[in-house]
Design a protein around this ligand. Structure first.
Ligand code: MN
Length: 501
């Protein structure tokens, strides 16, 4: 196949002349023990086709039974996204023929989703809040997985044969669909990324999914269209499928903005189609021309009764919703007394949990922030790892700070101890005793060092005795040097004054 790279308009120029509108569909795999409509177990990494039943294989006569936990999880998601929960809703058959769907239809929901009309407030990098309107969250089942063998691309073209694994077929999914997201302008890529990140964090907080992007537990389809001005009608959109990381969501939107701008500049029309995202080149390529809903011949699923969650049950679920990430962040910020920019830096650095545990281990909030956002952030940066990957635990930082607070070591020594911890020498406590770093708290050796310093500089001693305290610092310096920094400077000062009066 010969592909010529499409023309791209420079991003800044594209967003200066066009108004981007995004729409995001997120599929999340629910962490239930069994599948949506049968008792086949769900576990990641099983031998192919071992987690199947006649229902998930679509054998004739097999009848589905709805998984109650999946419905509960769907309601939890709906409530967390500020949605209405349907009093009654039905499943529908979405008909299409593809080997990974053995029934030749996907059991989904069409015009009667379980949750609808919600919103999600998303915090952007600068701390501003962008509200994304949610159109619906509906229940459906996952498809199986095709593997195309023998080609160079892993795609069906050029493959010698294909294998299909039905372990994934029938795993419960919730699909969350936004309304068109308008008004993001040049920040459309950032809004898309922040939305997917925020909703992923919510899935985890709700306990409805492990929500691991790299395992495909969360998959995002990103719709994008351009129009000349915010007042113009919506342009033709493309849908980039299965974008599997936050960074890729951002880059896929960015790429489509530049690509569609070039198409429109050339006086051509954007084709309504699905597109594939290529991680290696950060580009999208044409997939298939997008089916309209009519092509799927949706009709109500006759083998399942309507789902009618009682209002009592919905309220019970609402009452057990955990604290959601945004609220938790606000609460911790209040408890810790961090300013908005301080908290934002902490969150962006992925340090919130680390700091929380450090504080639990005995550190003050200010000291915990100082360690993680100072010394440790610098180390992480120079060694090019995440803070959480550094060879030091929050408990160790808490212990280190406790040693400082109890006066057993000072700040300067604490940094040496931290170096030791990072070098794998042991816990702060172990390093302090192994290296003999504890502050000299016995006055004897301090007095010896003070007397020696005063004797070495009789003129300075004389000045201090006559009431000129200016040179006291020089004596403290000499004592610190003599004790290799392991003296408490305040105590040394006291002793000097006692000695000279
Ligand atoms: Mn879907």
């Amino acid at each position: 196949m010969s592909h010529t790279a499409p023309d791209l308009v420079d991003y800044d120029e594209a967003v200066a002349r066009f108004d981007p509108v995004i729409g995001i569909e997120v599929h999340v795999e629910l962490g239930t023990l069994t599948k949506m409509f049968c008792a086949a177990e769900v576990e990641f990494g099983g031998e192919p086709n071992t987690q199947v039943t006649p229902v998930s294989l679509g054998l004739p006569g097999a009848l589905p039974v709805l998984n109650g936990t999946a419905v509960e999880y769907a309601i939890r998601i709906g409530l967390a996204l500020n949605c209405q929960i349907a009093e009654s809703c039905r499943f529908a058959r979405k008909n299409y023929f593809y080997p990974d769907v053995p029934k030749n239809f996907q059991t989904s929901q069409y015009d009667e989703p379980i949750a609808f009309d919600g919103y999600l407030d998303v915090e952007l990098d600068d701390g501003s809040i962008f509200r994304v309107e949610i159109e619906r969250a509906h229940m459906e089942e996952d498809a199986g997985k095709n593997t195309h063998v023998g080609g160079s691309t892993g795609r069906i073209h050029g493959a010698e044969y294909s294998l299909v694994d039905y372990n994934r077929a029938g795993i419960p999914l919730v699909e969350i669909v936004t309304r068109p997201i308008e008004g993001a302008g040049e920040r459309a890529p950032e809004v898309a990324r922040a939305y997917v990140q925020t909703i992923r964090d919510i899935f985890r907080a709700l306990g409805v999914s492990e929500a691991r992007m790299e395992r495909g537990n969360v998959r995002a389809d990103v719709n994008l269209s351009l129009r000349p001005t915010p007042e113009s009608p919506l342009g033709t959109r493309t849908e980039t499928k299965n974008v599997n990381s936050f960074r890729s969501v951002e880059r896929a939107v960015r790429y489509e903005i530049s690509r569609q701008a070039a198409v429109l500049d050339a006086g051509e029309r954007v084709v309504q189609e699905t597109r594939h995202w290529h991680e290696d080149t950060s580009t999208t390529t044409s997939g298939r021309v997008k089916s309209d809903a009519e092509d799927y011949r949706y009709f109500p699923e006759p083998d399942l009764v309507p789902v009618a969650p009682s209002r009592e049950w919905v309220e019970e679920i609402r009452a057990t919703l955990p604290e959601l990430p945004a609220a938790r962040r606000r609460r911790l910020q209040g408890e810790w007394g961090y300013s908005d920019p301080e908290m934002r830096d902490v969150v962006n650095a992925g340090a919130m949990e680390l700091i929380e545990t450090t504080i639990e281990a005995g550190s003050s909030p200010a000291a915990a922030r100082k360690w993680w956002m100072g010394e440790l952030a610098r180390t992480a940066k120079t060694t090019e790892v995440e803070l959480s990957e550094l060879p030091v635990t929050p408990e160790q930082i808490g212990q280190l700070q406790s040693l400082v607070d109890s006066g057993r070591i000072n700040d300067k020594i604490a940094r040496q101890v931290l170096e030791g911890v990072l070098a794998g020498e042991g816990s702060p406590e172990e390093i302090v005793s192994a290296r003999g770093l504890e502050i000299v708290s016995d006055d004897g050796p301090l007095l010896e060092a003070i007397d020696a310093a005063l004797a070495a500089q009789p003129d300075i001693a004389e000045k201090i005795r006559s009431g000129n305290l200016g040179p006291v610092g020089a004596v403290i310096g000499a004592v610190m040097k003599a004790t290799r920094g392991q003296a408490d400077a305040g105590r040394v000062r006291e002793l000097i004054l006692e000695r000279t009066t």
